[in-house]
Design a protein around this ligand. Structure first.
Ligand code: HEC
Ligand code: HEC
Ligand code: HEC
Ligand code: HEC
Length: 465
């Protein structure tokens, strides 16, 4: 916990709420919020969301302290000062800059802050990183109204016409996360959210975002019982499907924007953007024998085998043929030696619109019968993944694990001797050549790693009462 206490010292200087939050437990009157611009100071008093994390206050009251103590977003701006960031900036600019110098900060403002801090917060509060507002919307909108019983009784409609974001809705929540974890272009000037190949080749971690997986990893500051009660065994699958659709929609929006830009630009260097393709198709260990030589592995580069792979599992059966065909066409275009930006723009737009329609249907589907879940999982395990890449295998694994866990099967990793996080699952942090410890995990990946897992689960499903 060294990291946290260091951060605390740094942050104390920039935070007035710390003093308020930890000074007095007697302070029971909710303060007037919104008094300090779009800053979260008002949210973090003991009586509001800054109650001691170890106290027995209800979770809504400890929410802010959980964020401060455990949330990865709370340190997102601090990360921009570490050695990795310093090197990224150096590689991108070819200039030696002093961390925190005005020159360095100006670069961050341009290239990093749209994701690594809250754009609604004042510049003087950058140190707070991704604060409440990156998910919940403007702190100003969360004014006195949200203390009132009448407002709370309005249900989902209470967020309408206000600058609050309804993250109670899994669909909106997944869209919020995807905006940074997948990316979003064509925002207001200087606020684009993009980690492109140049940024990754400079050392930025690759973005292997899966909503379901990240939601599980995320330290929650809210009650999760409701969802389980409402959606039961299918709640994880539901969240996987919605997350998958939202991430794909975000991905396709980016592709459309990139294709549009390519048509306006004379430069041939930005098109197609390399992060559109599976990293492991180009970056892999040159070893013999290699799983890439096995049957089914692709020699050419493959368009996005992360976001849109297994998309068919997320869309309803009625729509699946139409969407699959359109998606296949887009894929074919993207995998040509020189894809036409014009064709890609219209094709990606078309698939996206179909997915948006499909999303509405998935949102309205309340429950999947248990029998459906069982047969779905059986099908997936029987087929084994189309292992054209580490990415698609990892996606297959996340999906099967989500359904199996919903069915209360034991999928803990220590049950499958070969399937350890290090060897297979956890995505590489960075792929730089001069850092051996962070070589792509895919180089340690063997399709066989999954067979013990899939055989065992398949057997178990067959013999279930
Ligand atoms: C404003 C942009 C932004 C939004 C919105 C956002 N994130 Fe993040 N997230 C980040 C950044 C930047 C990091 C890296 C923080 C760091 O370590 O510097 C991160 C890190 C994480 C991590 C830790 C990553 C890891 O490898 O374990 C998780 C988990 C995560 N986010 C989940 C979510 C979820 C779930 C949502 C939606 C509810 C979400 N994020 C919304 C920008 C964002
Ligand atoms: C499109 C949003 C986005 C932009 C723009 C962005 N990042 Fe990130 N960054 C992320 C996310 C999301 C993560 C977490 C990745 C994960 O673990 O899945 C991250 C992780 C990192 C990490 C690793 C943090 C850690 O210690 O684990 C560093 C360092 C970093 N970013 C630096 C930068 C720098 C420097 C810039 C600008 C030059 C930048 N980022 C721009 C979204 C972004
Ligand atoms: C990465 C996104 C993210 C960030 C950052 C974030 N939240 Fe949340 N918060 C959520 C989500 C998602 C929920 C669940 C919504 C629901 O179902 O109520 C939630 C729920 C809550 C709840 C309701 C808790 C309950 O169960 O009654 C409170 C209160 C809250 N957040 C306060 C905050 C505060 C204060 C901050 C900043 C200090 C913050 N949140 C930062 C995503 C976020
Ligand atoms: C179509 C092939 C191709 C794809 C796909 C591709 N790259 Fe690259 N990558 C290259 C080439 C060529 C270089 C060397 C030239 C350069 O630095 O741009 C490179 C360089 C890099 C470097 C710098 C290596 C070093 O040590 O200097 C990193 C890191 C990297 N890529 C990460 C990624 C990640 C992560 C992805 C997937 C999101 C990816 N690449 C997708 C071709 C590709």
């Amino acid at each position: 916990m060294k990291r946290r206490s260091q951060r605390l010292v740094v942050l104390m200087a920039s935070m007035n709420w710390c003093l308020v939050a930890f000074a007095s437990a007697e302070d029971k009157q909710p303060p007037k919020t919104g008094a300090s611009g779009n800053s979260i100071s008002g949210c973090m008093t003991t009586a509001c969301h800054g109650a001691n994390i170890a106290s027995d206050a209800p979770i809504w009251q400890r929410a802010g302290s959980i964020w401060f103590d455990q949330d990865p977003h709370a340190q997102a701006y601090t990360s921009l000062q570490n050695d990795l960031s310093k090197n990224i900036v150096w590689r991108m600019t070819k200039r030696e800059m002093v961390v925190s110098s005005s020159e360095y900060n100006a670069f961050l403002e341009n290239k990093c802050v749209s994701c690594h801090a809250s754009e609604l917060a004042p510049v003087s509060k950058r140190n707070l990183g991704g604060d409440c507002q990156i998910c919940h919307g403007s702190a100003d909108a969360w004014d006195d109204i949200h203390f009132s019983k009448e407002w709370q009784s309005l249900g989902a409609t209470r967020f309408e016409d206000r600058k609050m974001v309804n993250v109670e809705s899994i669909a909106l929540r997944a869209a919020v996360c995807s905006s940074c974890h997948v990316g979003e272009l064509s925002r207001i000037a200087g606020r684009d959210r993009e980690v492109d190949h140049q940024l990754m080749a400079s050392g930025h971690p690759p973005m292997y975002f899966d909503f379901e997986l990240f939601s599980r990893r995320y330290p929650k500051h809210w009650e999760t019982k409701d969802e389980l009660a409402q959606y039961g065994k299918s709640s994880r699958l539901r969240s996987w499907r919605i997350g998958k659709l939202q991430a794909s929609i975000a991905r396709l929006k980016m592709l459309t924007a990139r294709a549009e830009k390519a048509q306006q630009s004379d430069s041939i260097h930005d098109w197609p953007e390399l992060t559109e393709y599976s990293c492991t198709n180009c970056h892999h260990a040159l070893e013999q024998p290699s799983w890439r030589q096995a049957k089914g592995a692709k020699a050419s580069y493959e368009w996005d085998s992360w976001c849109t792979s297994l998309l068919r599992e997320a869309i309803g059966e009625n729509a699946s043929v139409a969407i699959s065909n359109q998606l296949e066409e887009l894929k074919k275009e993207m995998e040509r030696i020189s894809p036409s930006a014009y064709a890609v723009q219209s094709k990606s737009e078309r698939v996206r619109k179909l997915l948006e329609m499909e999303l509405k249907i998935v949102i309205d589907t309340n429950q999947w019968p248990d029998a459906d879940l069982t047969s779905r999982l059986e099908e997936l395990l029987k087929a084994e993944p189309t292992l054209s890449s580490w990415e698609s295998a990892a996606q297959w694994y996340i999906l099967t694990e989500s359904i199996a866990e919903g069915l209360k099967m034991d999928v803990s990793k220590n049950r499958f001797s070969k399937l350890t996080e290090e060897k297979f699952f956890s995505p590489p942090k960075t792929w730089l050549r001069n850092d051996e410890s962070t070589r792509p995990n895919s180089s340690g990946f063997r399709p066989g790693l999954l067979s013990e897992y899939s055989k065992t689960l398949f057997q178990e499903l067959r013999t279930r009462p």
